[in-house]
Ligand binder design. Structure first.
Ligand code: PMV
Length: 359
């Protein structure tokens, strides 16, 4: 599919108003997307587990208007929120060619997250995918006769233009984004992992340890730019392709030990890229390292398959198979929670993607 295929050509402009509502989850990358070209095209492929509990719920109410400008208001957790407007305006500008009805209506966007706003968890993946899905439902209400496959691909395509990783939140359980030779893939949208997922990876658990709930030290926009002219960029992008090929085999064979090695190496490589760019950043906090060391000790002492991954921040995602859930949750409560801000962590697991709430 090409970008042009996503342009909505005809729609029923006599519809006066309506409202749609979606819930869309966050996701956690196993192979990390870090670096992009123009139009949000990734420099390397990535794959993520779709999460289940960490999600954004967004309702969009649309009302016909006469003027031809963009007109919208954003309400976050019940209160009008102007801070979100610039990001949504940029999103509208990027996607308007594909959903041309954006200028015909006033949009009231009511949005809320199931996780605390100031938790340091990236809400852009769940937030932008929820909004993209609402636009797709409006497209349908205006008469488009999209197949489910087209609907999901275009929702992911639109979400990508809001936030790259958001394109991996439409479906579950694993989604690949970025052209590569090992899996069915596209640079324009996320695609469900085409491999035969081994039962070891079913309902995989992710407990998010909130080490630092503050504002992100490096925004994604700044972060991706650090890969321009980065001395290790070429190697890193090639490595992501290799790691994806290896991970595909592992996801099919069920080799948990190999999974741990690839996933932890990817997380540390992401941070290594930030430590070796100009300007350079250290996004881990002392407690991030304490947690990593504790996880390594626990893994050896218990012959466990527990491992960690990191996003572009200090929080730690603890990943583990479902059959180790009880012992690892005990370990987290007894030993790791002490390194979290106010002892705060969020338990989550792999999910099946976004859900339509109202149409
Ligand atoms: O979607 P963005 O532009 O916020 O980038 C997110 C990048 C990472 O979370 C660090 C990695 C990833 O693949 O999700």
């Amino acid at each position: 599919m090409r970008a042009e295929d996503f342009i909505l050509k005809n729609y029923n402009s006599s519809i006066e108003n309506g409202s749609v509502k979606w819930s869309s989850p966050s996701n956690i990358a196993l192979i990390k997307y870090w670096g992009k070209r123009e139009n949000q095209i990734p420099e390397n492929p990535s794959i993520s587990f779709t999460l289940s509990n960490c999600k954004t719920i967004t309702e969009v109410t649309y009302t016909k208007k006469e003027t031809s400008d963009f007109s919208f208001e954003v309400h976050f957790e019940g209160k009008k929120n102007e801070a979100f407007e610039p990001k949504i305006r940029t999103f509208f500008e990027r996607v308007e060619d594909y959903v041309p009805f954006l200028r015909d209506y006033h949009f009231k966007i009511d949005t809320a997250n199931t996780f605390p706003h100031s938790s340091g968890i990236a809400s852009s993946a769940s937030g932008m995918s929820a909004l993209a899905l609402c636009l797709m439902s409006i497209e349908q209400e205006l008469g488009a006769d999209d197949t489910l496959d087209y609907f999901n691909k275009k929702a992911s395509f639109l979400a990508r233009l809001g936030s790259g990783s958001a394109c991996r939140s439409i479906e579950g359980e694993l989604v690949v984004w970025g052209q590569n030779e090992s899996t069915e893939s596209s640079d324009l949208y996320g695609i469900k992992f085409d491999g035969d997922l081994h039962p070891n990876f079913k309902n995989y658990q992710d407990t998010i340890l909130l080490v630092d709930k503050g504002e992100k030290q490096v925004s994604s926009t700044v972060g991706h730019k650090l890969m321009f002219g980065h001395p290790f960029a070429t190697q890193r992008f090639a490595q992501a392709h290799d790691n994806l090929a290896k991970l595909k085999t592992v996801l099919e064979s069920g080799d948990l030990k190999a999974f741990v090695k690839i996933v932890e190496s990817e997380a540390l490589t992401l941070h290594a890229m930030m430590m070796t760019s100009i300007p350079y950043f250290i996004l881990m906090k002392p407690n991030t390292l304490q947690i990593i060391n504790k996880i390594w000790e626990f893994r050896v002492a218990n012959n466990s398959n527990i491992c960690f991954t990191l996003d572009a921040g200090a929080n730690v995602h603890v990943l583990y198979p479902e059959n180790e859930k009880d012992s690892i949750l005990e370990f987290i409560k007894n030993e790791l929670a002490a390194y979290c801000q106010n002892g705060h962590f969020i338990t989550d697991h792999v999910g099946n993607g976004a859900e339509l709430i109202k149409k």
